[in-house]
Design a protein around this ligand. Structure first.
Ligand SMILES: NC(=O)C1=CN([C@@H]2O[C@H](COP(=O)(O)OP(=O)(O)OC[C@H]3O[C@@H](n4cnc5c(N)ncnc54)[C@H](OP(=O)(O)O)[C@@H]3O)[C@@H](O)[C@H]2O)C=CC1
Ligand SMILES: O=C(O)CCC(=O)C(=O)O
Ligand SMILES: [Mg+2]
Length: 740
């Protein structure tokens, strides 16, 4: 039986769903559209992984695994909301909350001893970081700002900080010893199996990865980040930031690069607090403090030490902070620094935020200050430096006149770096890492390594690449917009990919289309020049740049990536519809809990629902679903025209009130259409009731604001409490209930 799967996730999007989903269910009910919810929240994923520790009544199914299977089925129609990609500190918080709720879950074993603990750790490690998206993304990515969204931004431009030519802000990146410099790549001529070995200096051998099956035409690459080079780089940049009076700010992707980036983050923590780690390294080891988990975890862990020791360490930490450069702050009011929690400084969202803010970040006094943005690996750092240079020269972009940059991203089947976790290793002893072809016995790739280096291998299969090129051509053809593959012929992996682009593009009639290949740096400059002049350019990129560009350009163009249409045409024929391109906005939850105002904008969800209903209508020959899709589109446009997006300020329209207006406009459009008279009749009545009660409903919704909210938890809030908090208008609820 056909259905639309709605995902239950975390934080702000999960709160918003409590208000929005009842509307969706009510509006689609009479058309017989089945909507089913699947729990892929962090808490849900933890609970489902430990049935053997729980009471029967607490056990839940592994919904993510089920959806992963569904994603390969032509019938799949999944609306995917953003979810938490948990860092270790977040994972531990969630476990702690669940234990407090009576779930007898094991603690996360940092240093597992024995098979039982190893098993526990390995189950948790599957949940940590970006564990949902790679499972569901059985297709490539098509992200763009719909015309109505661009028009809205042109009429209601968001604030853009002015840029000055003498801004000292800049990006720094490594020029040797990093992933980019050491990358080696090749395309497999035949199906084969490989093994990854570490050959030790004494001739001994450690198997890092027993066996990886590879398909003919698959591109693999391997590379290594040198610990020594990284530490030298970090120390130099810390000193330089101090000398030049700019903020030191690290930008990583510890969530999606869940093995490599926390280690790099940890090296930055150790470099910044060098004296502290030199002096107390042994104590930290004893009480299980790992720099990779950040300063907050370190400070918390100190409570396990005798009081005088703890005080002494705290003083020394303060001394390092006082003597070092100013450190960028994530929240200066609460004293949360850039080095507190690895998941607070996610590069795709944090760099554009800095660029929008005149290239400045917040210092400890809460003032904006020029910043040194530290992005250790040089593979993609140039795009941010080029954007900063462009803004210094040309001033800030103007949302009223700038063009747009849609993205076609290679993503399917764990493509490239974002699929590398099970092939990333922190090297335990000096030696040579070899990738051995088990069929021929030949060594395909080799890297000399030293203890502490981070070695990783990535793969991308041929079928996803072909699908990605097809998607790029079809977007280029549908829009006639110049289309650029962001690939650098000087980079080993990209050189292999370029061969495929050349080969497969030849299968298409591309006459009249403007398709070219430029390096990321060239592509940035080309795109930015056009963007400034109001011209549009499609970016066709690998997985990481997909992620980076679909925050960078939306944030500059329309203020947030939450307003993006984000479609994943699944390779087996199904559809995955992501709601915007951004995350789960923890800051929004904080505001909601403190003052009862949720500033989360569900626009991305309206867009996703629209395409999901359209897909449903076409797949299942359901004319009503098509009408619901068309009318939702009309409603979304009116929603934007009338500026009913949530405000940021308590007491004004918030997420819930914005849902009311979407519902009103959707009902109006359904009442106005003449293709289906049953829908017309039903919704004519709904419009009458909603319009007559508009001010009453808005008063009920807005007067629920202004005080702290208790939703009974953060990672696993109480269902009834959350639903009550998110649906405070009994008048609105009654009108919706009549449709059920
Ligand atoms: N697809 C997915 O599942 C994704 C998940 N994530 C996860 O989300 C979490 C937070 O990531 P982070 O990098 O901080 O990025 P977020 O995108 O969650 O937040 C960055 C900022 O963007 C603005 N924003 C984001 N969404 C909306 C929205 N719907 N309406 C209005 N403003 C919005 C907010 O700005 P302001 O505070 O100024 O209002 C917010 O603070 C992490 O756990 C991360 O892994 C991240 C990206 C995608
Ligand atoms: O999976 C994640 O952690 C984040 C995904 C993301 O940022 C994106 O795809 O844009
Ligand atoms: Mg992203």
């Amino acid at each position: 039986m056909p259905k639309i799967i709605y995902t239950k996730t975390d934080e702000a999007p999960a709160l918003a769903t409590q208000s929005f989903l009842p509307i969706v269910k009510a509006y689609t009910k009479s058309s017989g559209i089945r909507i089913e919810t699947k729990d892929i929240s962090l808490a849900g994923r933890i609970i489902s992984a430990f049935p053997d520790f729980l009471k029967d009544s607490q056990k839940i199914s592994d919904d993510l695994a089920e959806l992963g299977k569904l994603a390969t089925n032509p019938q799949a129609n999944i609306i995917k909301l953003p979810n938490i990609s948990a860092s270790i500190p977040q994972l531990k918080e969630a476990i702690n909350e669940l234990q407090g709720k009576g779930y007898a879950l094991p603690d996360y074993p940092d240093e597992p001893s024995g098979d039982k603990e190893k098993d526990i750790k390995s189950r948790y490690d599957k949940i940590k970081g970006s564990a949902v998206n790679p499972v569901l993304r059985e297709g490539n990515s098509d992200r763009r700002a719909p015309k109505a969204v661009k028009n809205y931004a042109k009429k209601n431009p968001h604030s853009m900080g002015a840029w000055s030519t003498d801004s000292k802000s800049h990006v720094v990146t490594m020029d040797y010893g990093d992933f980019q410099s050491n990358e080696k790549s090749l395309t497999l001529p035949d199906n084969t199996n490989i093994q990854v070995q570490l050959i030790l200096e004494d001739g001994g051998k450690t198997i890092l990865k027993e066996r990886i099956g590879l398909l003919s035409g698959e591109i693999i690459d391997a590379t290594v980040m040198s610990r020594k080079a990284l530490l030298a780089f970090l120390k130099e940049q810390i000193a330089d930031a101090k000398k030049n009076g700019v903020l030191f700010s690290l930008h990583m992707k510890a969530t999606m690069m869940k093995v490599s980036d926390p280690i790099i983050f940890g090296y930055a923590v150790k470099a910044f607090f060098e004296d502290v780690f030199n002096k107390y390294g042994d104590d930290f080891q004893e009480i299980g403090i790992n720099a990779n988990d950040g300063l907050e975890n370190l400070l918390k862990g100190l409570k396990d030490l005798p009081e005088d020791k703890r005080k002494q360490i705290e003083m020394d930490i303060k001394a390092d902070l006082d003597n070092g450069p100013d450190l960028a702050m994530v929240n200066s009011d609460k004293g949360i620094t850039n080095l507190h929690v690895p998941s607070d400084i996610i590069v795709d969202a944090s760099m554009p935020a800095m660029i929008r803010n005149s290239g400045k970040m917040w210092n400890a006094e809460g003032k904006a200050q020029d910043t040194k943005a530290v992005i250790p690996d040089s593979s993609y750092a140039s795009i941010y430096q080029a954007t900063i240079d462009f803004c210094k020269k040309n001033g800030a972009f103007d949302p009223r006149t700038m063009g747009t940059v849609p993205n076609v991203g290679l993503m399917a089947q764990k493509a490239e770096e974002y699929g590398s976790h099970d092939k990333t290793f922190e090297i335990a002893s000096d030696g040579i890492v070899k990738v051995i072809d088990l069929n021929s016995g030949k060594s395909l790739i080799e890297h000399p390594v030293e203890k502490g280096d981070i070695w990783r291998m990535c793969q991308v299969k041929d079928a996803p690449i072909q699908d990605w090129i097809k998607l790029a051509v079809s977007r280029a053809r549908a829009t006639k917009i110049p289309t650029v593959f962001w690939l650098d012929k000087k980079r080993a992996h990209d050189a292999e990919l370029i061969k495929k682009v050349d080969k497969y593009l030849a299968n298409y009639d591309v006459s009249g289309l403007d398709i070219q290949i430029l390096s990321p740096l060239e592509a940035t400059n080309f795109t930015l020049e056009r963007l400034k002049e109001g011209k549009d350019t499609i970016s066709v990129t690998g997985n990481v740049l997909r992620d980076y560009l679909t925050d960078l350009f939306p944030i500059l163009e329309v203020g947030t990536s939450a307003k993006m249409l984000s479609i994943v045409p699944l390779m087996n024929g199904g559809g995955l519809f992501e709601t915007g391109a951004g995350g789960s906005a923890p800051k929004h939850v904080q505001q909601f809990l403190e003052e009862g105002h949720l500033r989360w904008d569900s626009l991305g969800e309206y867009l996703a629902l629209g395409v999901s209903l359209e897909f449903y209508g076409e797949k299942n020959k359901n004319a009503q679903a098509l009408i619901l899709a068309e009318t939702l589109d009309i409603a979304t446009e009116k929603f934007l025209d009338n500026d009913k997006s949530p405000s940021r300020k308590v007491g004004e329209l918030d997420n819930r009130g914005s849902h009311f207006y979407l519902a009103l406009y959707w009902a109006e459009a359904l009442a106005a259409q003449n293709k289906n008279l049953e829908l017309k009749t039903i919704f004519t009545k709904v419009v009458k009731e909603l319009s007559a009660n508009e001010s009453k409903i808005i008063t009920e919704l807005n007067s629920a604001q202004g005080s702290p909210q208790d939703i009974g938890g953060y990672y696993k809030p109480d269902q009834t409490k959350t639903s009550n908090a998110m649906r405070p208008s009994s008048t609105f609820n009654t009108i919706l209930d009549q449709l059920q």
